[in-house]
Design a protein around this ligand. Sequence first.
Ligand code: 2NL
Length: 343
Amino acid sequence: MDQLIQQIEGYRQEIEQLQVQDPKALEDYRIRFLGSKGIVKNLFGELKNVPNEQKKNFGQVLNEFRQFAESKYEEWKESTNHQTQTVTDSIDLTLPGDPVPVGSRHPISLMKGRIISIFERLGFSVAEGPEIEDDWHNFTALNILEDHPARDMQDTFYIQQNPDWILRTHTSNSQIREMEKGKLPLRIICPGRVYRNETVSARSHCFFHQVEGLYIDEHVSFADLKQTLYFFVQEMYGNDVKVRFRPSYFPFTEPSAEMDISCQLCGGKGCAVCKKTGWLEILGCGMVHPKVLENCKIDSNKYTGFAFGMGIERPALLKYGINDIRLFSENDVRFLRQFISSI
Ligand code: 2NL
């Protein structure tokens, strides 16, 4: 009996020294002392072994100990509960939320989007193709022959030779792939990134962006080409814009032309941007060469088509008054933030 009293005294001291500060420790405490196989229960089990004349006394000690252990449990339960409440109370739900940065569109994407939406209104749809291309879709199908300088390693990035895999030098590859599908008529624009093996400077880069267009049907004429492109520049640069076509040469079009617009900065009078000519060159175009049609298994006696290609960087430089093409790909947020409100 004395031994049991001593044991109880030991437990009491143990509880006295305990620091229960979180729900896990509280639950551990409950199981150890107050659980169905816990210390208090076991001690009550000892009651039957205690001699009758001491039962009353021992029962009293035991009851006191149980009350002590239970009151400690209630006390700790209260304080750990209170702690969780303090965390919730410290969040002020009336405060404004943390701002989420939304970013902005890249100027190249803005320009590309404007070009696409004008042609979409004329019934063109967007077609895209791979940036890593084979020789056929980038060169041969386009009537660019074996000894053409564009195929030179100095001008084109080769990933592999024999068989050749290259980084496409224009988005015409997407147009060849669409023609090969054999569904006519075809009215598509092909935006995308292209690569040329050139020294990087403020004015030119080894990768840039293009939008090419293609329209193939029966009876498509050069008059259709001129009117389509005239509509485009009027939408893009305003109704007072003037255009001129100069004869040119591309292996994939015949006849071929370069289209200029009147300089938007000086209104055609001549300034530093248009090099005192009053004109800005904006795209190349022409009637699709019959060989290109035949290469894609299109009957060139029945079908004709026009095609054009324009860069995106140069007009974007002009529109936003940017003086270095490298800024487009440097990901400097101070540059990019300037386009937050642009559409
Ligand atoms: C330029 C000139 C041009 C084309 C691209 C083309 C595509 C096919 C067939 C025929 Cl599949 N032509 N594209 C035609 C003329 C000019 O681009 O100076 N681009 C920046």
